[in-house]
Design a protein around this ligand. Structure first.
Ligand code: HEM
Ligand SMILES: *[C@@H]1O[C@H](CO)[C@@H](O)[C@H](O)[C@H]1NC(C)=O
Ligand SMILES: *[C@@H]1O[C@H](CO)[C@@H](O)[C@H](O)[C@H]1NC(C)=O
Ligand SMILES: *[C@@H]1O[C@H](CO)[C@@H](O)[C@H](O)[C@H]1NC(C)=O
Ligand SMILES: *[C@@H]1O[C@H](CO)[C@@H](O)[C@H](O)[C@H]1NC(C)=O
Ligand SMILES: *[C@@H]1O[C@H](CO)[C@@H](O)[C@H](O)[C@H]1NC(C)=O
Ligand SMILES: *[C@@H]1O[C@H](CO)[C@@H](O)[C@H](O)[C@H]1NC(C)=O
Ligand SMILES: *[C@@H]1O[C@H](CO)[C@@H](O)[C@H](O)[C@H]1NC(C)=O
Ligand SMILES: *[C@@H]1O[C@H](CO)[C@@H](O)[C@H](O)[C@H]1NC(C)=O
Length: 348
């Protein structure tokens, strides 16, 4: 379908037609009570394992929500990101956005083990990722939401899809918008959403990038901004000069590129709306973060200002957009399977 822009009414019409199609196609919906009789304590079990993991690794919360994102953007939320290489699988773990970057797989395995001990063969790995994302955010001070459940696990991975569907930190605002609109077009948006709200859905979907309010990034993902930005011979002009000096210390010009720094320099481990204040101060770490505020004339600027001034508004939009992301083409009913080991397809 045509990319959706925030302002074009013909694109909105196209999106409306797509949405009508999606609603028509909607099959089994996910449900917050899916495991009410078969695994009533699943949320608590997931949360307990994450609390345990946080004791030794405060970053794990950020790493886990990122796994859910990288899962959902490739063939939908089906745990395809968790499959290891095998004779028939080219693992998404080795795709560009994940290789030497995605982490938390061992904690997902620990969660799966704990859940299997309580309710064997019942809870999918895809649902574990969705539950882990919510727990990670709420345990870090962010919002809670009712996680919709009932996803099943894929029998395949899509490495080339992971290479192309997950945005890179070097893209323009309009390119990123088009990747997010592709994802929105495949979501099972509940019918209580009036079609004219598609514009808002897309707009807020983009702001999931504000999950960069916690976690870390390696120099190689932003060092292009520090010395010779786009061949200009100068740093990215949208970088705050004192923040630039700090980043140049952390990422020397000929360094290995694997040094880590905080995505949110102000409150590195808290899920809060400081991300937006950072953008207002030209302290967005990734080019794609700062673009939300520094792209001239962009519709996103006023939303940054709104979320910087109201954490409540931000939390509400973030929670809703996570529910929307979790609705990206799940496998339901008898499609796929409930994996017993998240790393491999059953019987392989
Ligand atoms: C424009 C879209 C996005 C781009 C270009 C992007 C890019 C990146 C990059 C380059 C990193 C650093 C990885 C590393 O250094 O190994 C990162 C980390 C992270 N991303 Fe994103 N991301 C985007 C959207 C999102 C979304 C939608 C979420 C969640 C809903 C998210 C959550 C995170 C988190 C929490 C981290 C820190 C992970 C950790 O510390 O392990 N990102 N992202
Ligand atoms: C759920 O957890 C509570 C305590 O957290 C426990 O009392 C209860 O037995 C558990 N229920 C099941 C079905 O495991
Ligand atoms: C699965 O892949 C992960 C990440 O690439 C790796 O660390 C792990 O050793 C692999 N596990 C098995 C059983 O192959
Ligand atoms: C994904 O990208 C990497 C790096 O460019 C490449 O080596 C790999 O072959 C790609 N995978 C597929 C399936 O296209
Ligand atoms: C892999 O992902 C790409 C991009 O999202 C998609 O176009 C393609 O249909 C997927 N392939 C399979 C076999 O699912
Ligand atoms: C945007 O996407 C187009 C088409 O895929 C590509 O040619 C261009 O290089 C991208 N631009 C940026 C800045 O990412
Ligand atoms: C910056 O990069 C451009 C293009 O790669 C190159 O021609 C130029 O020499 C570089 N400038 C400096 C100061 O390194
Ligand atoms: C980085 O390496 C280049 C040659 O590869 C050299 O000209 C330059 O002086 C080095 N810069 C620093 C800061 O070490
Ligand atoms: C740079 O950041 C500081 C806070 O560290 C802030 O006071 C200042 O206004 C910022 N400058 C710009 C140009 O955004």
């Amino acid at each position: 379908m045509a990319p959706i822009s925030f302002s074009s009414s013909s694109s909105i019409l196209a999106a409306t037609i797509c949405l009508a199609f999606i609603l028509h196609q909607a099959q089994a919906q996910l449900s917050a009570t899916f495991y009410a009789t078969t695994c009533p304590n699943v949320s608590t079990i997931v949360s307990n394992v994450i609390q345990q993991a946080l004791q030794s690794d405060i970053r794990i919360a950020a790493s886990l929500i990122r796994l859910h994102f990288h899962d959902c953007f490739v063939n939908g939320c089906d745990a395809s990101v968790l499959l290891n290489d095998s004779s028939s699988i080219q693992s998404e773990k080795n795709a560009v956005p994940n290789f030497n970057s995605a982490r938390g797989f061992d904690v997902v395995d620990n969660i799966k083990t704990a859940v299997e001990n309580a309710c064997p063969g019942v809870v999918s790995c895809a649902d574990i990722l969705a539950l882990a994302a919510e727990s990670s955010v709420s345990l870090s001070g962010g919002p809670s939401w009712n996680v919709l459940l009932g996803r099943r696990d894929s029998l395949t991975a899509n490495q080339s899809g992971a290479n192309t569907s997950i945005p890179t930190p070097f893209e323009s605002l309009s390119n990123i918008t088009s990747k997010f609109s592709q994802s929105v077009s495949t979501q099972r948006i509940s019918s209580r959403y009036l079609v004219h709200r598609i514009r808002n859905i897309l707009k807020f979907q983009y702001f999931q990038i504000s999950a960069h309010t916690f976690g870390r990034a390696q120099c190689r993902f932003f060092s292009g901004r520090l010395y010779n930005f786009s061949g200009t011979g100068n740093p990215d002009p949208t970088l705050n000069t004192s923040y630039l000096a700090t980043l140049q210390q952390i990422c020397p010009q000929n360094g290995s590129g694997t040094a880590l720094t905080n995505l949110d320099p102000a409150t590195p481990n808290a899920f809060d709306n400081n991300y937006f204040t950072n953008l207002q101060n030209n302290q967005g770490l990734l080019q794609t973060d700062q673009e939300l505020f520094s792209t001239s004339g962009a519709a996103t600027i006023s939303i940054v200002n709104n979320f910087a001034s109201s954490q409540t508004a931000f939390f509400q939009s973030f929670a809703q957009s996570m529910i929307n992301m979790g609705n990206i083409s799940p496998l339901t009913g008898s499609s796929g399977e409930i994996r017993s080991d998240c790393k491999k397809v059953n019987g392989s």
